[in-house]
Design a protein around this ligand. Structure first.
Ligand SMILES: Nc1ncnc2c1ncn2[C@@H]1O[C@H](COP(=O)(O)OP(=O)(O)OP(=O)(O)O)[C@@H](O)[C@H]1O
Length: 314
């Protein structure tokens, strides 16, 4: 694979200012490693869709560079895009055609697709996304999740080195979300690099190996998900029937941001031996039922990096 030294997707200083003056993407340096499931995370309006549209050659950057599979875009979009499967802003489907006929149409629109093997290709793609049984139904009768899977099947008619999915689970019910997420994992296990945008932190934690976090058009951080979360310290959690007294002692011991909630007191752990903190609680007569550090989540990392909560509503 000729993705070059910089990863499957590589941008430097990528910037988009819309005509109205809105700076949607501001100096983005993104590196997506080959074989990763890369989560592009940010609240609504943080510039994810604009970035994806620049990567797909649909929007001209104001400045900066972008390479996809080793080729400069938008200059070489025509050469590189056939190697990329994309699902952006919901698939364009004909409701009055069956799922199978929609795919046959997609395949027929691809000048590189051999008509003799068309039906086999469509059958394989339907099977891939679990739509074989529903292939004869009209697309308008499909649930949103099935439509999304049909869109993915269209993106998978040809073997792809990279899949770009813009908010693939947006609007789906929990079952539909699970289906798309497990499909993404499956595709990735076959070696396809998957780049997906999401405004859902837990989604990124569940399916992605790597992530980049956007806020207001700028990159906040990027890297392996496990490392991003490990960079933030987890919360100290004390379970006790004496929450009020525990909170007082914890503050005395240098624990920050102490929050008492019924029989649970949490706080930011101090830079000292936690055994001493525990001993202080016991000495003060606090009945400690549980004491420990909660594993840091990507959300903790986000809050630590931006000083803001992760507002999914944007
Ligand atoms: N065609 C456009 N013309 C002017 N401004 C735009 C245009 N498209 C997007 N914007 C603005 O650019 C900013 C980034 O939008 P973008 O859609 O890229 O964000 P996003 O993170 O993908 O959010 P969402 O999940 O809501 O799509 C927003 O402030 C948006 O209003």
């Amino acid at each position: 694979m000729d993705e070059g030294e910089g990863g499957v997707i590589h941008t430097r200083g990528l910037t988009k200012r819309y005509r109205g003056g809105q700076l949607a993407v501001d100096g983005l340096d993104l590196t997506v490693p080959a074989g990763s499931v890369f989560g592009f995370l940010g609240p609504n309006g943080s510039g994810k869709t604009t970035t994806i549209r620049m990567l797909m050659g649909l929007v001209e950057p104001t400045s900066g560079t972008a390479r996809v599979l080793g080729h400069a875009v938008p200059r070489s979009s025509r050469a590189v895009l056939p190697r990329v499967g994309a699902l952006i802003e919901g698939p364009a489907l004909y409701g009055f055609l069956t799922g199978r006929d929609n795919l046959l149409r997609y395949d027929a629109a691809d000048p590189a697709a051999d008509p003799r093997t068309r039906r086999a290709r469509v059958a394989a793609a339907l099977d891939r996304v679990g739509l074989t049984a529903a292939a004869g139904k009209k697309a308008k009768a499909y649930s949103l999740g099935m439509k999304q899977r049909l869109g993915l099947a269209a993106a998978l008619l040809q073997p792809r080195e990279l899949l770009v999915l813009d908010e693939p689970t947006n609007g789906l019910d929990p079952q539909g979300m699970r289906e798309i997420r497990s499909l993404v994992r499956e595709l990735a296990s076959d070696g396809t690099t998957v780049f997906l945008s999401s405004h859902l932190l837990d989604e990124i934690e569940q399916v992605c190996t790597h992530a980049a976090v956007m806020a207001r058009g700028r990159l906040v951080t990027q890297g392996a998900v496990a490392e991003l979360a490990a960079g933030a310290r987890g919360r100290l959690v004390v379970t006790t029937p004496d929450a009020g007294e525990a909170a007082r002692v914890l503050k005395e011991q240098g624990v920050g941001d102490v929050v008492a909630d019924e029989d649970r007191v949490t706080g930011d752990p101090p830079e000292r031996d936690l055994a001493e903190v525990n001993a202080a609680l016991v000495t003060a007569g606090v009945r400690v039922r549980g004491f420990g550090l909660e594993r840091a989540s990507l959300e903790d990392a986000f809050v630590a990096l931006t000083g803001e909560g992760f507002d999914v509503a944007g």
